[in-house]
Design a protein around this ligand. Structure first.
Ligand code: FAD
Length: 472
């Protein structure tokens, strides 16, 4: 925006491109977010946002030709389909005499700037972040918003424009991003969307979350995490703004350990993009190919029970219902629910990643794919395969008083704390008093934890890296 404004009059354009993004078209919850995000953006652009839908590869060159644009400016995105599309776009626009300028607004370090001494990419997070990123030039200071936006006036007849271009709110409504049946009630109550809301969330976190982040971030019932992920994903706040604001706050209040931990989480976001950039098949293919031979099950009833939060394991169910109701799940619970799917139900991580893709408001191809591979044990620098989160002990440790479970699994709310984590082990009288009929009001556990864990470990132990396909 800065570069464009400095060069002359501008037309801000958004294209919903469901064609080049296949098979990773934006999921349902993210579409909901996108609708409100575009509305907020449009308001801050004095209702001047031009909205189109279709193949950006043809629409943008046509638009540039119709309007006789001299240049097109965009921020780089790093999903493999976007890299490919934007490369082609640049070729086409350049051929028709339109200058192209791209900038980095969504990462702290460009993936191609960070490499080992021998020039190859890092495989391990700690080395990537501590030796690669933190030794590289630090992230630049964020720019302030331009004082004025010199808009170019579009022709009154938008029919002259390509596609079904429309300006302002009518254009955003025409994208039909909102659900036709209202499953978004809880989401509307949970989130404020847009740049101002992003800044407010950052400030709230800096005042009330950062000083106990390192430990507090593990407890899903506590408001100790920033919840900035959807704002970061949609570019409503930039990682540079978050990075420098956190550094500034910490230098005033001396919060080195919490700051280091928080910044390193932003580092995980960078690492996810780094992996996606260097391994474009990260969203679908096991980085460690030996995992291709794991005897994954194909079992839709178990997948459905997991998706619906009906597994009989309260922490997993609470997380899956938080996801469904709010479009978000706390990181600790994401790890537990994902581990349960892969290592207890033995379902392929890709099926879990797909569900998250559709349900998360922060669904992000890089972070989602890298995190699923990490939990499954098949990613770069992944959790070792023998690290299997036990949903019972995780629940007792990180939700000991059951506030999180009681909120999202209300049918268990009347149980005493000590039975909340394993409800159907409660004596019949306790269950009766809490109004729970086993198997009716709350499901029996769908899997035996010890047995399924042992089976996973045996199968993982048998895996061998196929010759010539080891992680490079
Ligand atoms: P905070 O703890 O406040 O962290 C600050 C920021 O750091 C986050 O907003 C996020 O941008 C980044 N971050 C934190 N943890 C991670 C991580 N492990 N990996 C990458 N970035 C991280 N995150 C997404 O943004 N989109 C996803 O689609 C996504 N899918 C995930 C799937 C699984 C199975 C798991 C285990 C994790 C996934 N994560 C994903 C990472 C993480 O859970 C979320 O980024 C985090 O919970 C967001 O909440 P927050 O903003 O309060 O995080």
């Amino acid at each position: 925006m800065h570069a464009a404004v400095n060069s002359g009059r501008i037309i801000p354009v958004y294209i919903l491109d469901d064609i080049n993004s296949r098979p990773w078209q934006i999921g349902a919850a993210s579409r909901w977010w996108l609708h409100h995000s575009l509305q907020a953006l449009n308001r801050s652009l004095n209702d001047q946002l031009l909205v189109l839908q279709g193949d950006a590869l043809t629409l943008l060159p046509e638009l540039a030709a119709t309007l006789k644009a001299k240049a097109v400016y965009w921020n780089r995105c790093y999903e493999p389909w976007r890299i490919q599309r934007d490369r082609l776009l640049k070729e086409r626009l350049t051929q028709q005499g339109v200058a192209c300028h791209s900038s980095n607004a969504s990462l702290l370090w460009e993936p191609w700037h960070i490499a080992k001494q021998d020039g190859t990419p890092y495989q391990v997070f700690t080395a990537y972040y501590r030796r690669g990123c933190l030794q590289a030039p630090p992230p630049g200071q964020p720019l302030v918003a331009p004082a004025q936006l010199p808009f170019y006036s579009l022709p009154a007849d938008t029919n002259a424009l390509p596609g079904s271009a429309l300006q302002g709110s009518p254009g955003i409504d025409a994208l039909r991003l909102l659900p036709s049946i209202p499953w978004d009630t809880e989401m509307r109550q949970t989130w404020q969307i847009g740049e101002q809301a992003a800044q407010a969330s950052l400030n709230e976190f800096l005042c009330n979350g950062l000083d106990s982040y390192r430990l507090g971030r593990n407890f899903p019932a506590q408001a100790r995490v920033s919840r900035l992920s959807p704002y970061l994903h949609f570019g409503e706040i930039s990682p540079r703004q978050v990075w420098h604001a956190a550094l500034g706050e910490s230098s005033i209040r001396g919060l080195e350990q919490d700051l280091d931990c928080f910044l390193s989480e932003l580092g995980w976001r960078e690492f996810s993009y780094y992996l996606l950039y260097h391994k474009p098949d990260l969203p679908s293919v096991n980085i460690q190919r030996k995992f291709n031979h794991f005897p994954w099950r194909d079992h839709s009833p178990d997948l459905q029970a997991w998706q619906q939060g009906q597994t009989g394991f309260p922490l997993v169910d609470a997380g899956m219902r938080e996801l469904w109701q709010t479009g978000y799940m706390h990181n600790r619970v994401r790890m537990v629910a994902a581990s349960f799917l892969v290592k207890n139900l033995h379902l392929p991580w890709q099926q879990g990643a797909r569900w998250f893709w559709d349900c998360l408001v922060d669904a992000d191809l890089a972070s989602n794919s890298a995190s699923w591979q990490w939990v499954a044990g098949c990613g770069a620098d992944a959790a070792p395969y023998f690290r299997i989160f036990n949903p019972l002990t995780q629940s007792e440790k990180f939700d000991s008083t059951g506030s999180y479970i009681r909120r999202f699994v209300p049918e268990l709310a009347a149980l005493p704390d000590n039975y909340l984590h394993k409800p159907l082990q409660a004596p019949a009288a306790v269950l009766h008093q809490a109004g729970i009929r086993p198997g009716q009001d709350y499901p029996y556990p769908i899997v035996d934890l010890q047995q399924s864990r042992a089976q996973a470990l045996t199968a993982f132990r048998k895996l061998r890296e196929p010759a010539g396909q080891a992680l490079t």
